[in-house]
Design a protein around this ligand. Structure first.
Ligand code: GLN
Length: 230
């Protein structure tokens, strides 16, 4: 500690989402947060030479925690948007994502987003999907939840007709966690995830540098393989 601008040995707080498979979620057996983002931020901290303390919360708490400066770093599959960039700083993009629909496996009616009129479509509040549905599907009945798993559960039980969410999360949930769900249609909107910081944070540069090193030396690919490999 000591010299300003030198992050060596410092401890920074990291805000993360409490349930966004496979980027961050609680391992019930160990009681620890794990996932792609968790491995990535640990590797970045190692590379840049700082320590981290991870705190999990609702996604909108991560956004608010960056805006208020309550936490030093946010990693939560957070989409880089022009609107957020007004109040939050982002690292370079670290993951290409987008939005997609999930429906019941026996639903033949909703083949794409063109079939959402009059349908109950669930998603999570404070996210890019909520904005997308509000702007592009005013004739759908939008239902928002604090956590995306609650939306999936309402889809499984038939209380919703569809869920719209981030492609990697929808695909992972449908393949690993869901009862009788499938994806529908194509990727609706391209997005990129960035690591978030309070505005004008001095950490942005150190984190970008470490991220680039991990991409160049294969560590990023190893983490990717672990969570998204076949
Ligand atoms: N990528 C989405 C957003 O930024 C949601 C991320 C999440 O639920 N953790 O709005």
């Amino acid at each position: 500690s000591g010299d300003s601008g030198d992050s060596e040995g410092e401890t920074y707080t990291v805000a993360t989402d409490n349930n966004f498979v496979p980027f961050e979620f609680m391992n019930e057996e160990t009681g620890e947060m794990e996932g792609f983002d968790i491995d990535l931020i640990k590797a970045i901290a190692d590379e840049a030479g700082f320590n981290i303390e991870i705190e999990s919360m609702k996604f909108d708490g991560v956004v608010a925690g960056m805006q208020s400066g309550r936490y030093d770093i946010g990693i939560a599959g957070m989409t880089i948007t022009e609107e957020r960039k007004e109040t939050i700083d982002f690292s370079d993009p670290y993951y290409d994502a987008g939005l997609m629909l999930a429906v019941s496996a026996d639903n033949d009616e909703i083949q794409s987003e063109d079939d959402l009129a009059g349908k109950k479509v669930g998603t999570r509040s404070g996210t890019t999907s909520e904005t997308y549905i509000t702007e592009n599907h005013p004739d759908a009945e939008l239902v928002t939840f604090p956590g995306i798993v609650e939306a999936y559960m309402d889809l499984e039980s038939g209380r919703l007709d569809a869920v719209m969410y981030d492609v990697p999360n929808v695909q992972y949930y449908v393949a690993n966690d869901a009862e009788g769900l499938k994806t529908a249609g194509d990727i609706l909107q391209g997005e990129q995830y960035g690591i978030a910081f309070p505005k004008d944070s001095e950490l942005v540069e150190d984190v970008n540098e470490a991220l680039q090193t991990l991409i160049d030396n294969g560590t990023y690919d190893d983490i990717y393989e672990e969570w998204f490999g076949e």
